[in-house]
Write a protein that binds this ligand. Structure first.
Ligand SMILES: Cc1cc2nc3c(=O)[nH]c(=O)nc-3n(C[C@H](O)[C@H](O)[C@H](O)COP(=O)(O)OP(=O)(O)OC[C@H]3O[C@@H](n4cnc5c(N)ncnc54)[C@H](O)[C@@H]3O)c2cc1C
Length: 393
């Protein structure tokens, strides 16, 4: 008999798991928002899917997207000094999660995956535990629903290190070559400019990471579209001249009235398995591995861990799914989670001098510039550059 799996949540982690597991197991996805509600709702993220994540999406036959906005490079600026454009080995892509998720949900439904529309609460998980062989908590940053223990070593912060301010805009002439632009303003924060695809065509995401209480942290009270747009104009004019010069003033506007977001994340890493009512429960994605978005790794880490969980469940498909399966999944993912997390946490602090030197060297050497660009696609390289510089040559 096929084992019965319940995935709670249909975001990045839950969707990839549903695609990968549906051939071998009976998969039910329980989620709190319908496809239409997601499609017509507020933006959720900025979601750059780098090469390895896109390879996994292909592996699990997830939908393909128009490639008008393939991101082939990382532009790096510190202060007002443009340092370099590093080339990515494989192109990345950012597709509005409203479009991405709602499309995948319909596609999975057509492929026979069962869905239940329900915001699961702590009481309901008891009866769900009786019904399924395994529950996978993919409830994202509003989770977890289960008591996965916190890994204190990887969770050093008591408060968010950045305010995340995001708008999807029309009327910004794209950077060239098309890519993600990173501007670091030491002690104040960062700006990420990301060309992206929405249901209605290309947009430019302007994503400010503001150090709380500093000069970029000026969006707190803003609730209205026009005010948000005006404040973004002011901020680009004052701090991000290169972007401001590419703004076409007459058409600069949010792509729709739900295309802005203001959020702050307190990073927390948890051990992604627990025994609940004598059964194994595992977590995947932000519910257990929640990092600050500053390095753009959340979707990529979720996708990596979802693949490792898939491999674990397939390998032990005929065994009893007990705590050993949870331990195996954590053994497979722990090193990568640690590398992504420690790199990400370090990026929210003052950059170490040797890292600043690498960035400055990127202005002189295309090879170094390309290596820095690759940090984002392969965070293990970033970890080495930050924490094991003597291993680099
Ligand atoms: C401002 C911002 C910018 C970001 N930029 C990037 C980026 O550039 N690149 C990148 O890789 N990552 C980025 N991230 C992180 C990325 O969006 C997340 O890491 C990723 O979406 C996590 O996927 P997930 O499946 O764990 O959670 P989500 O995608 O958030 O999905 C959670 C799911 O759980 C459901 N759910 C929650 N609670 C319940 C419940 N009680 N019952 C039923 N369903 C429930 C929700 O409806 C949803 O379907 C960013 C995040 C933010 C906030």
């Amino acid at each position: 008999m096929r084992k019965k799996i319940c995935i709670i949540g249909s975001g990045t982690a839950g969707l990839q798991l549903a695609y990968s597991l549906k051939e071998e197991f009976d998969v039910t996805v329980i989620h709190s928002n319908s496809s239409d509600k997601i499609r017509n709702g507020r933006i959720m993220s900025t979601q750059v899917h780098f090469g390895p994540t896109r390879t996994r999406e292909n592996r699990f036959k997830m939908p393909k997207w128009e490639d008008k906005t393939l991101l082939k490079s990382i532009h790096m600026t510190i202060g007002n000094q443009k340092l370099f454009v590093g080339k990515l080995k494989e192109p990345a892509l950012s597709v509005d999660q409203r479009f991405y998720f709602s499309h995948c949900l319909k596609d999975l439904e057509n492929k026979g995956v069962s869905f239940r529309l329900l915001r699961v609460n702590k009481e309901q998980i008891e009866s769900l535990a009786d019904e399924f062989d395994l529950m996978i908590d993919c409830s994202g940053k509003s989770g977890p629903l289960f008591p996965f223990p916190i890994e204190k070593e990887y969770s050093p912060f008591q408060v968010p290190q950045r305010k995340c301010i995001v708008g999807y805009f029309l009327g910004v002439k794209p950077n060239d070559p098309l890519g993600v632009s990173v501007t670091v303003l030491p002690e104040i924060g960062e700006m990420f400019e990301i060309p992206a695809m929405t249901e209605h065509g290309p947009v430019t995401i302007l994503f400010i990471m503001a150090v709380p209480g500093r000069e970029l942290d000026v969006f707190k009270e803003i609730k209205h579209v026009k005010e948000f747009t005006n404040q973004m104009k002011n901020i680009t004019q004052k701090y991000f001249q290169d972007i401001h010069e590419r703004i076409q003033q007459d058409i600069f506007a949010l792509s729709d009235d739900k295309a802005f977001l203001n959020v702050a994340i307190k990073p927390v890493i948890r051990k992604p398995y627990v025994i609940f009512k004598n059964k194994l429960v595992v977590g995947c994605g932000d519910s257990v591995f929640l990092n600050d978005p500053i390095t753009g790794q959340g979707c990529n880490l979720s996708s990596y861990c979802a693949e490792q969980l898939y491999e674990t469940l397939i390998q032990y498909r005929n065994s009893i799914w007990d705590i050993r399966i949870g331990e195996t999944y954590w053994d497979r993912t722990k090193t990568f989670v640690k590398e992504v997390t420690e790199w990400t946490n370090a990026m929210t602090q003052v950059l170490p001098q040797h890292v600043v030197q690498i960035l400055l060297a990127g202005a002189e050497s295309q090879k170094t510039a390309d290596e820095v660009a690759e940090w984002f696609a392969n965070p293990r390289k970033a970890y080495e550059a930050f924490f094991q510089p003597s291993n680099l040559h």
